[in-house]
Design a protein around this ligand. Structure first.
Ligand SMILES: *Cc1c(COP(=O)(O)O)cnc(C)c1O
Length: 375
């Protein structure tokens, strides 16, 4: 069965093997050397001033960012389950929260964020997804962050990049906290989260807030290549292995480029079948299709064609399906996925099978290769 859910994503064999080594004690020079190397590779990936790894899933990093960077009122953008979660975290910690709510296909705008800041002077942090995985939606976070800093430079910008870091290069100029998680674009098992921080964020954190998710304790220890509590040693080793493999291979630039090409070719192939791409601004992390037969298509993909894709949640349950684009995915696997969707549509009597999906995918993906040389 091909795993094509937007998290968890398949773990490459080389990484699985790296993680099969006997467990190291975390307070040893051997592990500290691995931690240091992984941390240095993370700085290249995140491009932030500071970076910490947390033994938690992505939600733990979301909580750490909110509690350490928001002291009064959080503005959160809710255009899906993960954006909604930021608001719930704020409420759970007794913070005020102002929410901008959208249908799950609609990106936030800088204007509405600035208007919310002007209407609520108590807001001291904003939290938003770069890629909102609930509907495969890309929010224009870099532009929003810039607009926020123009009107309120003191407001901390928290960007959930759990399905964006490792997918595309993120401009962190105006971002104070950039969050990543192990089991999505970083191709690892679940259990490790990463927070990249700006110098301004480190300053605001000060002594930190909370206990386990106190970012000040982690910053202090991780600058010395160790962790406040037991490190997720195996996952740190895995993270080092995947980042090294990317670096020593074709590099992050090639990974981002291949992901963009694949996501675009997949969308074109499915649209050529008459299917509709759900988000008004699609993220590159996944291809999201809304369709009356979404459930039937997803079931057929699994039972007849060996492909596991994700469905929708809440009001989109049974109404969308989501195909992962994150990680090191071979184009021949994606060709099979779009072809399987076409076969499923044929089985449902929706259209005659004629190989359109794989043809369009190949034409788009290999466009530069197929182009005739200019004389
Ligand atoms: C998966 C995901 C999360 C939550 O991560 P967990 O690891 O399940 O805690 C948060 N934000 C986005 C955008 C995600 O895709």
């Amino acid at each position: 069965m091909l795993l094509f859910t937007p998290g968890p994503t398949p773990v490459p064999e080389s990484v699985r093997l790296a993680m099969a080594e006997p467990t190291l004690h975390h307070r040893t020079p051997e592990f500290e050397a691995i931690f240091k190397e992984t941390r240095e590779l993370l700085f290249e990936l995140m491009a932030t001033d500071e970076v910490v790894m947390l033994a938690s899933t992505g939600t733990g990093a979301m909580e750490a960012a909110v509690t350490n960077l928001c002291h009064h009122t959080l503005l959160n953008v809710n255009a899906g389950k993960f954006g909604e979660r930021f608001g719930k975290i704020a409420q759970a910690h007794g913070l005020n929260n102002v929410e901008i709510k959208h249908e799950w296909d609609t990106p936030a705008t800088a204007d509405e964020v600035v208007a919310a800041l002007e209407a609520n002077p108590d807001i001291d942090a904003i939290a938003i997804q770069i890629s909102e995985s609930a509907g495969g939606l890309r929010h224009p976070v870099e532009g929003i962050a810039k607009a926020v800093k123009e009107v309120r430079p003191d407001v901390m910008v928290i960007a959930d990049g759990i399905t964006a870091v490792g997918v595309e290069r993120i401009d962190v100029t105006h971002i104070d906290a950039l969050i990543a998680g192990s089991q999505k674009a970083l191709m690892l098992p679940p259990g490790l989260a990463i927070v990249g921080l700006s110098n301004a964020a480190v300053e605001k954190i000060g002594e930190g807030k909370g206990y386990y998710l106190n970012l000040a304790s982690e910053i202090k220890k991780q600058r010395q290549n160790t962790t406040a509590y037991t490190a997720a040693t195996t996952l740190v080793i895995g993270l080092g292995a995947i980042l090294k493999q990317i670096k020593e291979g074709d590099g992050l630039g090639k990974l981002y480029c291949d992901t963009a090409r694949r996501a675009k070719a997949t969308r074109f192939a499915l649209e050529a079948l008459g299917l509709h791409s759900y988000p008004k601004s699609p993220a590159r992390s996944m291809t999201t299709i809304d369709d009356v037969n979404a459930k039937e298509i997803r079931d057929l993909l699994k039972t007849d064609f060996g492909v596991n894709v994700a469905g929708g949640q809440d009001h989109l349950k049974g109404k969308i399906f989501r195909i992962n684009q994150m990680g090191l995915i071979e184009p021949y696997e994606m060709v099979w996925v779009v072809n399987a969707v076409e076969l499923a549509l044929a089985k449902l009597g929706r259209r005659d099978y004629d190989g359109t999906a794989s043809r369009v995918f190949n034409e788009e993906y290999f466009k530069s290769m197929l182009k005739k040389e200019d004389a």
